[in-house]
Write a new protein. Structure first.
Length: 619
């Protein structure tokens, strides 16, 4: 939830908010039923990628049989390759003009967008959102307004949220949840002290919390209890009982503030009666809260009043069975959507359930990884038993102490054994390592490449002498199966970019924009404080023709295009400097381009002056 809000104060938390509490409880239960299986599968995928690849039952069984339990994590390097490729080829969110007349406007927006990207560490946090998606299928970024550094206007802040903490409306089927979701839950666990800092006017209610339950009548007693298993994050729909935490600590009043409670943030669309009037000058419909003001505007503009139910974003927070707040979203009125943006790696929207609908690259590789671990462990077991294959002999061949020593030292090189005359004692000859075992391990390696579709060798693209075209060819061979993943990630960045654009009038005024742009940029782009004020109005009125998206699909595609343009220039076709710079991955592009243009102009003037001097020279 946005950290600090300019919205109205929260409503009084009472147990009388039964209608809203019932809606939250019912919809939360529906979300849990829909997402719980996927969350459990996602946790397994994440553990597998991290190297936790044996179940506890398997470990115990192998230990009882005195067999090794080895892990050769082949999944982690593949995940790291994809994550590294994303970081090496990541392009920032950029503003592009639709036409030449929008160039000045887009330059100004892009400069401020770079400032937001830098101060919020957006690209850095997006990379870890990408990692979550690659491992388990889904990653989340949350947007909020922070007032720590700018108490007046605030700054955009982006938080990398846990993949299991956010649950959209189960009936939503679009990639962008703002298109069809009616509500979204964000679930977090907070100490009582943190809850009081978040909702200071509800301190008395929060101090009385004793049980982490949605039933306020149960929220009393001497012990602090926690609902469900510590690892289900409140996402287990079948938990009917509560488990006590450390009761000695819970009874200690000095530690009571450290008790954990589940906070459910319920973001939902509330449809409110809105009156619309067409503004001919702005070429858009303007919203009015009352019919009287709309009628006055309609009379002035000679237009009709359109009455319509329009969605507004609200957020309610429930903890311990109490509604702690139910307020208009802090991002209103500039942004009417959910502040959550998800990246889904392998997304199949037509699948019947969430488990098969959303997955990362880890799940298809889990069986080959299990086979690899078991083959390696079995191979080591065979080697171990070959070195100490055992002994067979008459019962009286050795004394009891000698038999004990032989059991312990039977595989030691150069061991000396003394037996009774006339008795039988010899070492059991071990069987050779089965060829099938060697083939089994090799097959597991081949299955990794087949299941992942990723050839690690083809992604080792550090050759600086390689042309963009050759590099692109190798990438197409090596990561063709990843194209859907990067297309989805590009869409996620587009959603975030358009959200930032909507928030410009909230977090910027002309003074702040002038400070960020700097006098040289203002001068080079012929900007004034008045023009900046006009641009903010254009954004508010949605009267702009620009595109906010990732700068390009990849650095490699830019290099390939740049190589083609160079070939055209070498063949004698004039390629404008602006087009060349568009595909160059170079900082301070505008500054460098201006310097080159000035130098070209200077050389042209010198050439013209020299030509005129030759004409005037006497023969």
């Amino acid at each position: 939830m946005p950290e600090e809000s300019k919205s109205t104060a929260p409503s009084k938390a009472t147990t009388d908010d039964d209608s809203l509490r019932r809606i939250i409880a019912k919809r939360y239960k529906a979300c849990v039923a829909h997402y719980s299986d996927w969350i459990e599968e996602a946790k397994k995928d994440t553990k597998f990628a991290m190297g936790d690849q044996w179940t506890e039952e398997e470990r115990v069984a192998l230990e009882a049989q005195k067999r090794p339990c080895l892990t050769f994590n082949h999944i982690a390097p593949i995940v790291n390759i994809v994550a590294g490729y994303q970081r090496e080829n990541s392009a920032r969110i950029k503003v592009f003009p639709e036409g030449a007349e929008d160039q000045q406007f887009s330059n100004m927006l892009d400069k401020n967008l770079q400032y937001i990207n830098r101060t919020s560490k957006l690209e850095y946090k997006l990379s870890y959102c990408f990692d979550d998606g690659v491992r388990c299928g889904k990653g989340w970024i949350e947007a909020l307004i922070n007032y720590d550094r700018d108490p007046r206007l605030g700054e955009l802040k982006f938080v990398h949220s846990k993949y299991y903490a956010i649950m959209p409306d189960p009936n939503s089927v679009e990639y962008d949840i703002n298109e069809d979701a009616e509500y979204v839950f964000k679930v977090g666990q907070y100490t009582k002290s943190k809850l009081i800092r978040m909702f200071p006017d509800k301190k008395d209610i929060i101090n009385d919390f004793r049980i982490d339950s949605d039933d306020p009548t149960e929220n009393a007693g001497d012990f602090v209890l926690k609902e469900g298993d510590a690892d289900n994050y409140g996402n287990d729909p079948n938990v009917d009982t509560v488990n006590t935490t450390n009761t000695n600590e819970a009874m200690d009043e000095t530690l009571e503030g450290d008790a954990i409670f589940t906070l459910k943030e319920y973001w939902y669309k509330k449809y409110e009666k809105t009156y619309l009037v067409y503004d001919e000058e702005a070429d858009r419909l303007r919203e009015y809260a009352s019919k009287e003001t709309a009628t006055q505007a309609a009379t002035f503009t000679d237009s009709d009043v359109i009455e319509k139910d329009m969605p507004k974003m609200w957020v309610a927070s429930m903890c311990g069975g109490f509604i702690l707040q139910d307020i208009l979203s802090p991002l209103e009125p500039n942004y009417h959507g959910f502040p959550f943006f998800r990246f889904m790696a392998d997304w199949t929207p037509s699948a019947e359930d969430e488990v098969t609908r959303v997955m990362g690259i880890v799940r298809p590789m889990k069986d080959p990884q299990r086979e690899k671990n078991k083959a390696k462990s079995q191979f080591l077991h065979i080697i171990n038993t070959s070195a100490n294959s055992g002994w067979v002999g008459d019962d009286d061949a050795l004394s009891d102490p000698q038999w004990d020593s032989l059991t312990k030292l039977g595989s030691v090189p150069g061991i000396t054994i003394r037996k009774k005359p006339g008795t039988y004692l010899e070492q059991i000859l071990p069987s050779a390592v089965p060829m099938a075992q060697i083939m089994r391990e090799k097959a597991a390696d081949d299955e990794f490449r087949q299941c992942s579709g990723i050839n690690a060798d083809l992604l080792s693209l550090n050759d600086k002498e390689m042309s963009g075209r050759a590099m692109a060819f190798r990438i197409r061979q090596g990561v063709l199966s990843l194209s859907r993943i990067f297309t989805n990630f590009r869409y996620t960045k587009e959603m975030i970019g358009n959200f930032i654009l909507h928030m410009f009038p909230e977090i910027f005024d002309t003074k702040k924009m002038m400070r960020i742009l700097g006098p040289k940029f203002m001068e080079d782009n012929q900007l004034t404080e008045g023009s900046l004020a006009g641009y903010l109005t254009i954004i508010t009125d949605y009267r702009y023709d620009i595109e906010v998206t990732e700068a390009d699909n990849s650095a490699t595609s830019r290099m390939e295009t740049l190589d083609n343009l160079r070939e055209l220039a070498q063949a004698g076709y004039p390629v404008p400097l602006d087009i060349l710079f568009k595909y160059m991955n170079m900082p301070n592009t505008e500054e460098v381009k201006k310097q080159i243009q000035e130098e070209q102009q200077r050389q042209l003037e010198m050439a013209q002056a020299g030509g005129q001097g030759n004409k005037q020279a006497p023969k």
